[in-house]
Design a protein around this ligand. Structure first.
Ligand SMILES: Cc1cc2nc3c(=O)[nH]c(=O)nc-3n(C[C@H](O)[C@H](O)[C@H](O)COP(=O)(O)OP(=O)(O)OC[C@H]3O[C@@H](n4cnc5c(N)ncnc54)[C@H](O)[C@@H]3O)c2cc1C
Length: 361
């Protein structure tokens, strides 16, 4: 899977979505998933834009409910981040059961778990920056519920490599699998993996009934652990050239929307804050991806530095930015696009979804 960066190719990809086939096959590794998340996470497109596209092609909302629901998960996790803030950095609803380390199994990092479908997926993940949702769940279950790692270090490892890294979807999904943001831990055995990955492997440490997966001793393959030293290599930049008579639009890792005030005469700056990337490190491929996506925004300048450093170059230019939990800037904050008007914290996705459904009727 490759991820083109030109805006028209991204729009084409939205048009290719088949929400009916999606509902039938999304759990299979070769199912009709959309591969849109890198663009949604980077703020190039919104969930609402995707929804409008499928409605525009005449699909009946009832027939594509599963697809809309999955898109709504994204908005849901973002709402949780907005309303819970730094609380998502820790176990959200209750302590993660049974963990005994804050590292990650070396076999997962090296794609050498012995579970062929998972190892192949992790190898491809390092090449492409993408992992299928079901495989993300399998890996998280192996890391946290069998390898007994606390969710945070493994989540940071996955986020580091994902082109679609979105800390809300990431941290909160890891917590959902690990049982700190759900009622029970998610697990999958070899039979389940074989079914959805089309493999036929037998006799592995996962080849047992569900009742034994959590109670048997830790599998040997998940024993050796490693600390992860994750860093981000940001580009070196020069101070931006600013026309103080024009407003300055600030873009960042989560907002690269080429439509944003497209008609406005403005200074446009992609701000890469070292402090943010030291908290949430990403790979060189992720940075390359973002710099390529930024090319869809005419005249944009890249600035690596803090908001305060950027502001010192802006003189009296009016500052505008889009709302996001990471954007603690001074200036005019503008709303993001959501699929529904329902906002706020809901303890469960289905409580949120019910409100969205009621609203859409
Ligand atoms: C452990 C774990 C970590 C994850 N980390 C991230 C992450 O860092 N960034 C990220 O974008 N997603 C994350 N997800 C959610 C999900 O796996 C991806 O959004 C999805 O696989 C992206 O591929 P796609 O665009 O082909 O999705 P599709 O299945 O085609 O779905 C369409 C869109 O719906 C949304 N969506 C679908 N499923 C989910 C979901 N479970 N949660 C939130 N949104 C969803 C996404 O915006 C996605 O682009 C994670 C899930 C798990 C289990």
């Amino acid at each position: 899977m490759i991820f083109p960066t030109q805006y028209n190719e991204v729009l084409n990809r939205i048009e290719q979505v088949d929400p009916i086939a999606y509902g039938r096959s999304r759990n299979f590794v070769d199912g009709a998933v959309t591969y849109l998340s890198p663009y949604i996470s980077r703020g190039v497109i919104s969930t609402k834009q995707v929804l409008h596209s499928v409605f525009g092609r005449g699909y009946n909302p009832e027939k594509i409910k599963k697809f809309i629901q999955e898109l709504a998960w994204r908005d849901y996790w973002q709402q949780v981040w907005i309303h819970k803030g730094s609380a998502i950095e820790k176990d959200l609803l209750h302590p993660q059961p049974g963990f005994d380390n804050h590292q990650l199994a070396i076999s997962i990092i090296r794609a050498e778990t012995g579970i062929h479908a998972i190892d192949t997926a992790i190898e491809t993940f390092y090449e492409t920056g993408y992992l299928h949702n079901h495989v993300r769940m399998y890996v998280a279950a192996m890391a946290c519920n069998l390898g007994r790692s606390h969710w945070k270090a493994p989540a940071r490892w996955m986020y580091h490599h994902l082109l679609d890294g979105d800390w809300a979807s990431n941290a909160l999904s890891w917590q959902w699998v690990a049982g700190s943001n759900s009622r029970k831990q998610y697990i999958a055995n070899q039979e389940n993996i074989n079914r959805y990955c089309h493999s036929q492997q037998r006799g592995t440490f996962l080849d047992k009934p569900y009742s034994r997966l959590l109670t048997d001793p830790k599998p040997e393959a998940l024993g050796p652990l490693a600390d992860l030293e994750l860093t981000t290599k940001l580009p070196k930049t020069t101070p931006p050239e600013i026309d103080a008579e024009l407003p300055t639009l600030i873009y960042n890792y989560y907002n690269l929307d080429p439509r944003w005030h497209v008609e406005m005469k403005a200074n446009r700056v992609l701000l890469l804050e070292p402090e943010v990337f030291s908290k949430y490190p990403v790979s060189e491929s992720c940075i390359r991806f973002v710099l390529e996506l930024a090319k869809n925004i005419p005249g944009i300048q890249i600035f690596t530095g803090s908001f305060a450093a950027l502001r010192s170059h802006l003189v009296r230019s009016e500052i505008r930015f889009k709302e996001h939990p990471l954007n603690q800037f001074q200036g005019t904050e503008e709303p993001r696009e959501w699929m529904f008007e329902t906002t706020g914290y809901f303890r469960s996705f289905f409580a949120f979804w019910k409100r969205c459904e009621r609203e859409s009727r």
